[in-house]
Design a protein. Structure first.
Length: 363
């Protein structure tokens, strides 16, 4: 479930069992003393709240009824995460990795802040963005969390995180937005990799079990879905808890994916219409060509072909980003929709040129 180990590595936030939660909680408590001396105070730097923090009491009162604890079971597999009710008829937004183990024949239950629980069905899931939608039958409108706009979020503004860290339902923590626009690779289904595109980084304390929970602004509007944390392994190679670096899928992207999952059960991503591979640095040096993505094939009549790209072109910039890996192509695709335009800089026959691609829909 974890990315390859490095000095700082990213961990998604499922929780395997209630027993594991108790053990993890003990480990966090035991390590707390060692971390206290290294914590830094980070004041808010914008006018979002002059006090430097949200009124967490008011935020919790308004938001917690719309945040649920998600539990899954499938044979010996079990897990706990979080979810957010986004439509009053019972639609719940969460992370794909929270429910993936129960996607084929398992059961999924949600626990509300008032103590009531209900079994839910899986509407659809999207491993590429690590998002999923659940649906419960409701005989009356359910409390929801109002959607904000992640495009309006600013570094330094106060935020509140709500969810079920370590299986502890209806937990509330507060912090600030530490950074924006992070592209964070995380493990996904079948040993593939998902990318949290343009993720919101926060120092609000989130831990395993917070996945799928809410990151809200001071007005209680949903600006992100808490999904991953950065951790530092200890000497026993056991990942620590929150070190103040968490990541949330921005709501502008999450809402678009959620709408598609509700409407069709799947997500239609745009495409360029190319088959590309990175140019190895040694090859670039040997042949005197720039680093970039070598176009092995260009689909006739596809978006790239319509923009004038040809096989053997080397794309050097995609949307002003150096095209040094396939991850850049994936990031642009995840962040855009069919009909959007992307500026491309490419190398051909010793010359560098630019064009604009209008992204299409996968046939």
């Amino acid at each position: 479930m974890n990315a390859p180990q490095s000095p700082t590595w990213f961990q998604r936030l499922p929780l395997s069992t209630v027993i594991a939660a108790a053990v993890a909680l003990a480990l966090v408590a035991g390590l707390a003393g060692g971390w206290i001396g290294s914590l830094l105070t980070r004041p808010a730097t914008t006018a979002a709240a002059l006090s430097g923090s949200c009124n967490a009491t008011d935020v919790a009162r308004g938001v917690l009824p719309g945040v649920v604890t998600v539990s899954i079971r499938n044979g010996e597999a079990s897990g706990v995460g979080s979810g957010v009710i986004v439509r009053s008829e019972g639609y719940i937004m969460t992370n794909n990795h929270v429910i993936a183990a129960a996607a084929d024949g398992g059961t999924i239950d949600v626990l509300f802040s008032d103590g009531n629980s209900s079994e839910v069905e899986l509407v659809g899931r999207d491993p590429k963005s690590d998002l999923a939608v659940l649906k419960m039958s409701a005989d009356k409108p359910l409390p929801t969390v109002a959607l904000g706009k992640s495009a309006d979020v600013r570094v330094g503004q106060p935020v509140v995180a709500l969810g079920a860290p370590l299986g502890l339902s209806s937990t509330v923590t507060a912090g600030i937005v530490s950074a924006l626009g992070r592209n964070v690779p995380v493990p996904s289904d079948d040993d593939s990799t998902a990318i949290l595109v343009g993720a919101i980084q926060t120092d609000a304390s989130i831990n395993p079990g917070n996945s799928g929970g809410a990151l809200v602004d001071c007005s209680g509007k949903l600006i992100g879905i808490n999904t991953a944390i950065a951790t530092i392994p200890n000497d026993l190679q056991v990942a620590s808890g929150s070190v103040g670096i968490g990541f949330a899928v921005p709501i502008d992207l999450a809402a678009r994916i959620t709408d598609q999952l509700i409407e069709t059960g799947t997500v239609a991503y745009p495409f360029f219409g190319v088959n590309a591979v990175p140019v190895p640095p040694q090859a670039a040096e040997a042949f005197g060509v720039p680093n970039g993505l070598y176009l092995q094939a260009v689909l006739p009549g596809g978006p790239a072909a319509e923009a004038g790209l040809q096989p053997s072109d080397i794309v050097t910039l995609l949307d002003k980003q150096p095209a040094t890996s396939m991850a850049v192509l994936q990031e642009v695709t995840l962040a855009r929709k069919a009909g959007d335009t992307v500026k491309v800089t490419y190398y051909r026959d010793g010359k560098t040129s630019s064009t604009t691609i209008t992204l299409g829909t996968l046939p």
